[in-house]
Design a protein around this ligand. Structure first.
Ligand code: ZN
Length: 335
């Protein structure tokens, strides 16, 4: 049955990249589905506004792509929050995706340790993140439950953590590629701007007996039990081999559109793209929201926040500052 979401297929893939878009696709012949994320102005706005050291910005850019990728895959309305908490120089990354199209993000890091890492040339994700975990939370507001997926970060990359999450929690064979880079320009405009992109590929066979993933270890099986090793499905081997050929530049180059990339990868099998959706950088903080939050604190906690006669709160995502008179945010009980 035709789905209303299916765009009219184009015969030739679009030449020009559409920035700040999410393009879902399907390779029916291989039971593969996925999405391509392409971020230009949205990721540049977030990373440029924060002015983080370059390796921190790059790492946050990867997290933004992953957050948009996973948040936009979920069939719900609300907020998807991806957050790392680790012992490396970059202690925390937060990406907050709000359906249908808003994203905001920030990082917490130790300035001295980041400077040391840069001086030592150890600026990859494993060195900057260290060890800890990656948490994923869905907040549908009101009384709706918050679901948290948790995966260990053990000195790997965000891509590694995503693979681990899908293997253990969702049991869906999955490959994720993330790329971030600064584009340098000599046309008199801003000296550089950030670009980012990514691709998600999943094996979702229609026949349930093909959907099983290999056992990870025998668990509580009696000693001497040989783990049941399941060969990978040929379709999935083909899909993940193709994804392995994607280079970073293909995910961020404005000259390579999402459609062109998919065509290059899957033209022999036939790839169908669905209607793309847009994403933009926008904070969701408000004076009203901050006021509500302040009212939830105890009077004692609020008293400690008063400086020069006022309580001022700065949003960590967008640096907006909200200033209140203590009496304006006193709760009913304390009055
Ligand atoms: Zn804000």
């Amino acid at each position: 049955m035709p789905s209303p979401d299916i765009a009219i297929p184009t015969r030739a893939p679009a030449e020009v990249s559409a920035d700040d878009t999410i393009l879902p696709f399907e390779v029916a012949a291989l039971d593969l589905r996925g999405r391509v994320i392409r971020l230009g102005p949205a990721v540049d706005a977030i990373l440029s506004d924060h002015g983080y050291p370059e390796p921190v910005a790059k790492l946050l850019g990867e997290a933004i792509v992953l957050g948009v990728m996973l948040g936009s895959s979920l069939k719900f309305e609300g907020r998807f929050i991806l957050q790392t908490q680790t012992d490396g120089p970059v202690r925390m990354l937060v990406v907050d995706y709000m359906t249908p199209d808003k994203v905001r993000a920030c990082a917490r890091f130790e300035k001295d340790r980041v400077a040391e890492a840069i001086a030592a040339g150890k600026v990859g994700a494993p060195a900057l993140l260290g060890r800890g975990h990656l948490a994923m939370t869905i907040d549908q507001g009101g009384d709706m439950s918050r679901y948290q997926g948790l995966v260990a970060l053990e000195g790997g990359t965000l891509e590694d953590a995503a693979h681990e999450y899908f293997l253990r929690s969702e049991q869906i064979p999955t490959r994720v590629r993330l790329a971030v880079a600064e584009e340098f320009r000599g046309d008199g405009g801003p000296k550089h701007r950030w670009r980012a992109g990514g691709i998600l590929l999943q094996f979702v066979p229609r026949a349930p007996e093909r959907a099983r993933v290999p056992d990870l270890h025998p668990g509580d099986a009696p000693e001497g039990t040989v783990p049941h090793v399941m060969p990978e499905d040929d379709a999935w081997v083909e899909g993940r081999s193709l994804i392995a050929t994607v280079e970073d530049v293909e995910l961020i180059d404005p000259e390579v559109s999402s459609e062109r990339l998919l065509y290059r990868l899957f033209h022999e099998r036939g790839v169908r793209v669905f209607r793309n959706t847009e994403v933009r950088a926008q904070c969701s903080c408000s004076r009203e929201g901050v006021e509500t939050m302040l009212r939830r604190f105890s009077k004692d906690d609020r008293d400690h926040m008063v400086e020069n006669g006022v309580i001022s709160v700065t949003c960590e995502f967008c640096n907006a500052t909200y200033v209140f008179q203590p009496a304006d945010v006193a709760d009913d009980k304390s009055e």
